[in-house]
Design a protein around this ligand. Structure first.
Ligand code: FAD
Length: 482
């Protein structure tokens, strides 16, 4: 009997995997295949930290497939050629896959569709990663929304989130398994082992994702509305890498939250709502990327193409290394390097500091996040950076410039976060922790801090940098409404 090729390029899970479920329902043997490198990465080949995660994902997926009587066939060569060879080896007559919505990846999916349809294959692509098809929601003028609230209102009015599909109990195998390359052949691990602390911080895979979701629903979710902005608390779900790699689907999260909400006290409903709203921002970011495919590199608001960004290698290096002299910024950048993740509030503040205090181009900050985040996601990252720079959809206005000291004193009042990531400041009293350069010499000496030696002086004066940023903004304002 001809085989169905299941091309796994996103949605690395067995539950709520529409391509897998429909392939099994077709009644023929199913051959799951993974081709590397990803076709259609465009200018955004997978970053270093994400590759570390990818390796863990594939190892877990292969194990779960084996428990269902199946296998993961891995091939390391250009995608169409690899699929073509496999189709011949397997005697396949159908290709099923889940769509990736990033612009270049979508093109690659469309190419595969055309290629195999022309050869008489049955080809089907499914949505496994979003709550709604981005093409389905348009405003009254038939144009894409650029502001979140009306987008979300339209989503809630028109969209229905169907229940997730359970994982299959078994997957019918082909009579003979073609050769598979070993996972190591993909060289996903870095040559220099800088990734040990990332591996320690996370467990990739569908089972880990489900555990994380269960623990979240049973615990901290109830207080999300109060705790989500405080990076020192355990107040956010940390589901982002699992969502990015499709080890869990937004539908699964949506329904888990809905079920949990049913038994919650009234105050917790606000938390559930706030949390679903964040999932909605993810949805909106993907929607914006779908309709405005140039946004990873180009500002959505065209006047920002004329913005006088600076070129300052020293400032860029200090920011990347977490040596700016602003404790909250440095804590965030060090958390990012050590764990491949950063709290959302701190992402907003470090990105604001980068684009406004340092006046460095948002694209270059986005590149660093891309390489170092385990949840690096073209839609969310481009959207987040354009938001911070003030040039994107529904973005923070340019003149709203975060003060890194005030943000620290507000969201890390007791200094739990800064002390965790900047141990050299740990003994400073709370009053000076977010502005060590203002501390009296006696306090610095008592805390063992020697500014310029054990911890840097600030690389900019925030007030002066703020004024410089506003001047730069004023220089393009005339173009704002042309
Ligand atoms: P929670 O607060 O528990 O939220 C649940 C889920 O909602 C998240 O997992 C995420 O999928 C989604 N979500 C939450 N906040 C946002 C948001 N602001 N925009 C879009 N989706 C959101 N997120 C990524 O997944 N990948 C990125 O590459 C990325 N880059 C970012 C860059 C910048 C400059 C900024 C400001 C934000 C970025 N974000 C990115 C969004 C957000 O910071 C992370 O999704 C969030 O911190 C992940 O932690 P969590 O899972 O605990 O989030």
């Amino acid at each position: 009997m001809p085989c169905t090729m299941l091309w796994l390029n996103t949605g690395f899970r067995l539950s709520d995997n529409p391509a897998l479920a429909v392939a099994i329902a077709r009644g023929n043997p199913v051959a799951p295949v993974f081709i590397w490198p990803f076709e259609g990465e465009g200018n955004w080949p997978m970053g270093s930290a994400s590759r570390v995660w990818m390796e863990g994902t594939l190892a877990c997926l292969r194990e779960s497939l084996r428990t269902r009587g199946s296998e993961l066939i891995i091939r390391h060569r250009p995608c169409l050629a690899a699929l073509d060879d496999l189709a011949a080896e397997l005697g396949a007559d159908a290709l099923y896959f889940n769509w990736r919505y990033e612009p270049a990846a979508r093109c690659a999916g469309e190419q595969a569709c055309t290629y195999f349809k022309q050869r008489g294959f049955e080809v089907r692509g499914f949505n496994a990663s979003l709550l709604a098809e981005p093409s389905e929601l348009l405003n009254k003028q038939g144009k894409p929304y650029q502001v979140f609230t009306p987008y979300w209102r339209a989503f809630m009015q028109r969209m229905h989130v169907p229940p997730p599909i359970p994982a299959p109990e078994c997957i019918p195998p082909p009579p003979v398994w073609p050769d598979s390359e070993p996972l190591e052949a993909l060289s996903l691990r870095p040559k220099i082992p800088w990734d040990a602390s990332i591996r320690e911080a996370w467990t990739p895979g569908e089972a880990a994702a489900q555990r994380q979701l269960d623990a979240w629903c049973a615990g901290a979710m109830e207080k999300y509305a109060q705790t989500r902005d405080f990076p020192g608390d355990d107040g956010v779900s940390r589901l982002s890498p699992y969502l990015h790699f499709g080890e869990i689907s937004p539908k699964q999260i949506w329904h888990a939250i809905m079920e949990r909400t049913a038994g919650m006290p009234p105050h917790a409903h606000a938390s559930a709502e706030a949390f679903l709203r964040q999932l909605a921002w993810r949805e909106f970011a993907h929607y914006v990327l779908y309709h405005f495919p140039d946004t990873p590199a180009e500002p959505l608001r065209p006047e920002f193409a004329h913005f006088p960004w600076r070129d300052d290698r020293e400032a860029l290096d200090a920011w990347r290394a977490g040596h700016t002299g602003f404790p909250l910024i440095d804590a965030g950048m060090r958390e990012l390097w050590a764990t491949g993740w950063m709290h959302n509030r701190v992402r907003m503040i470090t990105a604001s500091f980068f684009t406004k205090d340092l006046l460095l181009p948002w694209q270059s900050g986005a590149r660093w996040f891309w390489d170092t985040l385990v949840d690096a996601d073209l839609a969310n990252n481009s959207f987040g950076w354009q938001w911070a720079a003030g040039c994107g959809a529904d973005a923070a206005p340019y003149f709203r410039i975060f003060n890194p000291v005030a943000q620290g004193e507000r969201y890390d009042r007791q200094g739990v976060y800064v002390r965790r990531w900047i141990p050299e400041l740990a003994a400073l009293p709370d009053a000076w922790l977010h502005k060590p350069w203002k501390a009296p010499a006696s306090e610095l000496a008592r805390a063992g801090v020697a500014l310029g030696k054990t911890y840097p002086f600030p690389i900019v004066d925030h007030e002066a940098a703020r004024a410089r940023a506003l001047d730069a903004f004023a220089s393009i304002r005339g173009r704002l409404y042309c």
